[in-house]
Design a protein around this ligand. Sequence first.
Ligand code: MN
Length: 382
Amino acid sequence: MNKLKCRISILFFVFQICIGANGMAQKSSNNAQSFDKRERQIVAISSLTAKGDLVSLNQALHGGLDSGLTINEIKEVLVHLYAYTGFPRSLQGLNTLIAVLNDRKAKGIKDNVGRTASPVSDGLSRYERGKQVLETLTGQKESANKTGYAALSPEVEVFLKEHLFADLFTRDVISYADRELATISALINLGGVEPMMQSHMRIALNIGFTQNQLSDLISVIEHRVGMQESEAGRKGLQKVAGKAEENQPGNKGANVYAKGVKAPPANFTGTVWVNMLVLDQEDLDVSIGSVTFEPGARTNWHRHPGGQILLVTEGKGYYQERGKPLTMMQKGDVIKCLPGTEHWHGASPGNKLTHIAIGPNTDKGNAVWLERVTDEEYKNFK
Ligand code: MN
């Protein structure tokens, strides 16, 4: 199968099948909620600025102002972005903002200008200040030993500290959190900068974002920009999230594979996590993912044109084919689902379930998703 088809089927697998690992842990209770309107607008504005899609950016800027972002906050996001997308994209963003503000003024809309940046008076050199900001963001001491690009080009390392992390980050018109949302969104949409994208995802987790929230960020990109971009973001988050989870005390051994990232809700009821272990590729028409269902979570009714094999690695749950009675499944069970058979699977009401979902014959097409498994249907099998 060709590269594009391959890409699309990976995408559909991640979106449509499931997610993997053991549940609990990982998010602190105080910030487990999803993004608010304002945060979604920052993601949209930053993504579209990075893309240079000025028509959609115009709409996003209206949306941002309507959702309560001040003019100065939006301006700050667009200025911040020059460090990541370059002056041309940043200035095009600011030009688009001028047009939007003129348009709104003509319509009699009064937007809130908002506050300006407080003066900085910490007595530090710009380099020291930038270094401290960076250490706060990463949660790690900066080493005096310069390696990689910083060894090759000490001047670029100074520019980065003095200008980006001192001059820009210390402008308190927007928070570090807002800046990281803008940065991650821009880097996902730029493409080809995975190490930076992942390091900013780690920074976001360090300053209090949850994996759920970063999943939400990626869903906003899927909705406002496209699936190719969101797929790149999801892959990056999966790597970062997998490592973060391994490092959680007590998580080793609960499940062989990390839980992965939250699946978009369209084809599932409840919370479901997916960790893609083997992505479909040329000459090997199979996809393998570890999928974890929280108690009560389940797939919609669906069928796989190439069939599916489920290897249950943890917990207890249900599997049912259309017109047949429910089957209980638990750790160690192997379920074979023939090509084209309509079915659903998920956790029981009181247990999590993790299974490895093997999708053979991927060249026959992606899963076909049908209606939700209603509470009524699900309860019949308690
Ligand atoms: Mn299935």
